[in-house]
Structure formats: C-alpha cells, structure tokens
Design a protein around this ligand. Structure first.
Ligand code: SAM
Length: 280
C-alpha cells in the first residue's frame, strides 16, 4: 500500500537539485536533433500547490524553492534562467510561488515533436491526477503501473536516444536494491541511455546499498552529485543525491556551478559535491 504523497514535499531542496539536473540533462541532449525517448518512472502528479494544506503542513518548500526564489537575483547564467522562468509561471500576485512543477511538467516543457514522454505512476489517486493533466498535454503517455518493471518492458526504445528519470519515494527499504537491479537490466538493453536516479541522504545512509550495488555491477560512467545541508534538520533528509549515467560532456561542471550558486546561507545553505561513482 503506497502512502507517500509528493504534495507534502514538493519544492523541497531535493526537488530543486533533482529538477536542475533533469532540465540540464535534457537541454544538453537536445543540442543534437535526434529523437529522445523520455521515461519518468515515478512521475507523481505533475503540478503541486505550494499554498495547499499538505505543503503548508510540512513547510518543506519554505526551506527549498521559496529560499531559491527569494535569492533569484543572485542566480546567474542560462542554466539558472531557464529554471527561474519556469518557476515564475507559479508566481502568485503577492510575489510568492503558489505552485511548483513536477518532473513530467519539466520534461514536457522541453519535449520536441520528435521526442516522446512516458510517465509511470502507481498510486491510484496520483495516477488519476496525472492522467487528467496529460489529457491537455499530448503526446505525454501515462501508465498507471509499476515504473521499474514498466521501463524494462519499453526498452530498447525505437528512438535513437534515451533519457530516464527514476525518482522513487523509497518507502520500502528494498527499493534501493530494486533500483540498482533495474538500472543494470535497463542498461543492458540500452547502454547509451542517460539515466538519472535520485536518492535521499538519511541517517544510517541507506543510499550506500544503492551505490554499492551499482559500483559492483557492470554499468560504467556514473556521475554522483550530492548536496548536504549545513543546518541539519531534527529528522528527515540531511541531503539529496543524484546519480547520472552517461551524462552529456560538460554536464558535471555545469551542474556543479548551479549547485554552488545555491550554497550560500541566504539560499539553501548546502555543501555540494560532484564525483564519479563509477568512471568510464
Ligand atoms: N518525480 C516526481 C517529481 O519530481 O515531481 C516526484 C515523484 S515522488 C518522489 C514518487 C512517486 O512515485 C509517488 O507519486 C509514488 O506514488 C510513486 N510510486 C511509488 N512506487 C512506484 C512504482 N513502483 N512505480 C511507479 N510509481 C511509484
């Protein structure tokens, strides 16, 4: 039984990290004209109300996107500008952000006519909301099913290139191993794909299971971007991590630059790191 609802956490510091990496990856891939098959294995509901009861209950966005938004004049360059332009669409009349885009919306924003987007969502209510959103956002295809198994059924894609975002809620501890297993099998079906895997950094470091399984497997060229919060919360995430398999050339420096820009205490107060989990 799935209980996680992203509406409680949308726009937190980890979403900003994940979506910055996602948008940078698709933009860099699109410097070539060849078609990209995009898959969002854990899509959520596409758009989130930052002024709703759920978001206000946790206040997660207050230490995430709201901090970034109030710091926006300090965020320079094209890589930040495209993110800020999209955030701005959720700006309310009071200057605060009232809504926040989820991963299918970010991917949809960059979809060209030659690209495709398949979004999986297993939670029944989230799947319904996503379905309703996709009705006005052709050609997005929603599959209300398990995203890890579903991805494997769709690979290799008919398009020449592949971009996958895997962003589970890690409600079940075995998710870490299942994600690593799925990556291995997906990579065996499509070795040149760009795979982005998000994970939380929590006490006890359960993400080590994911990393160790990938380190000891066949997948090569895995970049690891992490951001660690300098002011540790009483509970919950102390950081956010993103693995990127086959990142476009120069992606590491550009994402590092974006994370450094948010490092200040006035913004997210984070310490970013960038390293290869598995080199070429
Ligand atoms: N990717 C979204 C974004 O960035 O806006 C947020 C996704 S949220 C962290 C994880 C989502 O995965 C939840 O909506 C949850 O219902 C869904 N989910 C959990 N297990 C799943 C599975 N096996 N297959 C597909 N979706 C799943």
């Amino acid at each position: 039984m799935l209980s996680y609802l992203h509406a409680f956490h949308a726009g937190n510091f980890a979403d900003v990290h994940k979506h910055a990496a996602l948008v940078l990856a698709i933009r860099m891939m699109q410097t070539k004209a060849s078609a990209i098959a995009c898959f969002d294995t854990h899509a959520g509901s596409a758009s989130y109300d930052l002024m709703g009861e759920k978001a206000l209950k946790t206040g997660d966005a207050a230490s995430g996107i709201h901090k970034v938004w109030s710091y926006r004049t300090q965020l320079h360059g094209d890589d930040w500008q495209v993110m800020l332009d999209e955030f701005a669409r959720g700006e309310g009349s009071n200057g605060y952000l009232a809504s926040y885009p989820g991963s299918p919306r970010w991917l949809y924003r960059y979809l060209r006519k030659q690209d495709s987007l398949t979004a999986f969502e297993l939670h029944p209510a989230e799947g319904e909301t996503l379905d309703r959103w996709s009705a006005d956002h052709a050609p997005v295809r929603v599959v209300k099913d398990d995203g890890l198994k579903g991805l494997l059924r769709h690979l290799p894609p008919k398009q020449p290139r592949l971009l996958v975002l895997t962003d589970p809620s890690y409600e079940v501890k075995s998710d870490y191993e299942e994600v690593a297993q799925t990556l291995k099998r997906a990579w065996q079906k499509c070795r040149h794909g760009v795979y982005l895997i998000w994970y939380p950094i929590l006490a006890g470091r359960p993400d080590e299971k994911l990393k160790q399984a990938i380190r000891s497997g066949p997948v090569r060229k895995v970049l690891c971007s992490e951001i660690a919060r300098r002011q540790l919360p009483e509970r919950g995430m102390s950081g956010s991590g993103m693995l990127v398999v086959n990142p476009p050339w120069g992606f590491d420096d550009r994402l590092a630059g974006m994370m450094e820009a948010m490092a200040d205490d006035q913004c997210l107060a984070i310490t970013p790191t960038m390293d290869w989990l598995v080199p070429e």
